[in-house]
Design a protein around this ligand. Structure first.
Ligand SMILES: Cc1cc2nc3c(=O)[nH]c(=O)nc-3n(C[C@H](O)[C@H](O)[C@H](O)COP(=O)(O)OP(=O)(O)OC[C@H]3O[C@@H](n4cnc5c(N)ncnc54)[C@H](O)[C@@H]3O)c2cc1C
Ligand code: SF4
Ligand code: SF4
Length: 456
């Protein structure tokens, strides 16, 4: 193991920290709840299990239906959360369990994983990464390209601190020798945080449907079958190739197919629910592709288009106006064809008949599944899950963000598929509910009424 003079961090019995609200999950919903609460003067502990906050929104290219740049919206919010005096940020940390002792009294044990880099010394210069000889698939680009075992998650990560991925590290010590700040510390240990909070917000988000589970579509086997999240990265402003290329041969695709409802509304994979965002993000990507590759053909294979929100129908019509083709038919299977192309077999429910169409790239519009973490955070009391495994609302009509445990609220997609605006509204509602609860639990004294002196 490379030699290090940095001190070993104590792994236990750090002092108990107290906060008004513990927010679990640093995606857009968790960030929004934290900022709302912090702006009202409440002390928030925001815990994220990844090395950076940002969640899935940070991976996106642009957002429907406005086509605003996703990272231009999320980056200022991430920075605001990191610098807010009322928010304590804990990243790369696992909430091991939250126990309720009484109203307004929750105790959490949180394990902060070692980065093997001293965050107080790291200047995010990236020299450790440049020196590291080990290549690993890069999660942030949905494994389209590689990162090093010593890495900074992405350019605008918050916090922008390097991480050493010990699962892949060969302990050659090159990063440690290259680091001008002497920040690399292989002796760093996990830190256990014992935390007390008066309320909890679960913002643990969603998981993407694993496309390989829909075996007929042969994701992972045919290189030119990709997921919509991979296409988000190919289209994003921080995209890996600065172009839309198909994986098998690096060619610009000229004839692209979208397969809607991959893993949604599909009992064969155990998920009958609609994922609500896939129709719209596919319409968005189709328009962005036509912007990047004006000569391309884009065909969307769909069961029905669910353009349910404000401006969504107009967005759908805009895609049609730009020349996106729509074929009403569920794709049954995808087969390999000559030159790396893919064959889509489908029943055309408008023209009739089973048909095959050949494309040079197929994009699977994967659905949203619940993150099982949400149901596991509490110990002792049960967070009830509803249909499909999403966190259930205790009172859908009057308190939609309340869970089965009083004082624990749910924000964003932890309670079901949602787009970004709905996740943000939900996060603000959860913050407001938490404040109401704090007052009721008498942990927070109401502000004394102001006595206004008579100007006369
Ligand atoms: C391909 C694709 C394209 C999309 N395009 C759009 C679009 O154009 N417009 C739009 O409005 N919506 C779009 N969406 C939907 C959008 O991504 C979601 O609405 C949004 O990301 C939901 O945010 P969230 O915070 O609820 O969840 P997430 O983004 O999933 O964030 C949850 C966070 O919690 C963390 N976490 C989970 N468990 C724990 C734990 N136990 N402890 C600590 N942290 C934890 C996760 O690491 C993550 O950072 C798209 C979705 C997909 C899949
Ligand atoms: S660990 Fe050292 S080399 Fe790596 S980014 Fe931080 S300061 Fe730079
Ligand atoms: S010690 Fe590990 S992380 Fe550092 S350069 Fe070698 S392989 Fe990379």
């Amino acid at each position: 193991m490379p030699e290090s003079t940095a001190p070993v961090l104590a792994a236990e019995d750090l002092p108990v920290e107290t906060h008004d609200v513990l927010v679990v999950g640093g995606g857009i919903a968790g960030i929004e709840s934290s900022l709302e609460l912090a702006d009202m003067g409440f002390k928030v502990l925001l815990v994220e299990k990844q090395p950076s906050i940002g969640g899935k929104m940070f991976l996106l290219s642009k957002v429907f239906p406005t086509l605003d740049c996703a990272s231009c919206i999320s980056t200022p919010k991430m920075a605001a959360a990191a610098h807010h005096p009322n928010i304590t940020l804990l990243t790369y940390a696992d909430v091991q369990g939250v126990r309720k002792h009484g109203e307004g009294d929750f105790e959490a044990t949180i394990v902060e994983k070692p980065r093997y880099v001293d965050a107080s010394l790291c200047t995010s210069c990236g020299q450790c990464s440049d020196a590291c000889p080990v290549l690993v698939p890069k999660e942030f680009d949905d494994n389209l390209i590689a990162r090093k075992a010593a890495y900074i998650p992405f350019d605008t990560a918050v916090p922008k601190t390097a991480v050493i991925d010990l699962d892949h590290c060969i302990l050659c010590g090159q990063c440690e020798r290259a680091c001008p700040a002497h920040a690399v510390n292989f002796l760093q240990a996990s830190r256990v945080h014992h935390v007390r909070a008066s309320s909890v917000i679960l913002a643990t988000g969603f998981q993407l449907f694993p496309a390989e589970r829909k075996k007929e579509y042969r994701f992972g086997e045919l290189p030119n079958v990709v997921t919509a999240m991979q296409m988000e990265r190919l289209l994003g402003p921080t995209r890996p190739y600065h172009a839309v290329l198909r994986p098998s041969d690096g060619k610009e695709p000229g004839n692209i197919a979208y397969v809607l409802c991959t893993g949604s509304r599909d009992r064969t994979v155990g998920n009958p629910q609609c994922s609500r965002v896939c129709c719209m993000y596919s319409l968005k990507q189709a328009q962005l592709i036509l912007g990047a590759l004006p000569m391309a053909d884009v065909t969307i294979y769909y069961m029905d288009i669910r353009a349910y929100g404000k401006g969504f129908e107009e967005f759908y019509q805009q895609a049609k106006g730009m020349g996106v083709k729509f074929v009403r038919g569920k794709v049954a299977k995808i087969t390999p064809e000559a030159d790396g192309n893919v064959g889509l077999w489908y029943e055309d429910t408008e023209a009739g008949g089973v048909r095959k169409a050949v494309h040079d790239l197929a994009v699977l519009s994967v659905g949203l599944l619940p993150n099982p973490d949400a149901g596991k955070v509490m110990t002792g009391e049960e967070i009830k899950l509803g249909e499909g495994g999403w966190v259930a609302s205790e009172d859908e009509n009057r308190h939609p963000t309340a869970t089965s445990v009083r004082g624990v609220f749910v924000a964003g997609t932890a309670s079901g598929p949602k787009d970004i605006p709905d996740s943000i509204v939900d996060a603000a509602a959860a913050a407001a509910e938490a404040v109401g609860y704090l007052h009721q639990a008498r942990r927070v004294k109401p502000q004394p009424e102001k006595v206004v002196a008579c100007p006369a």
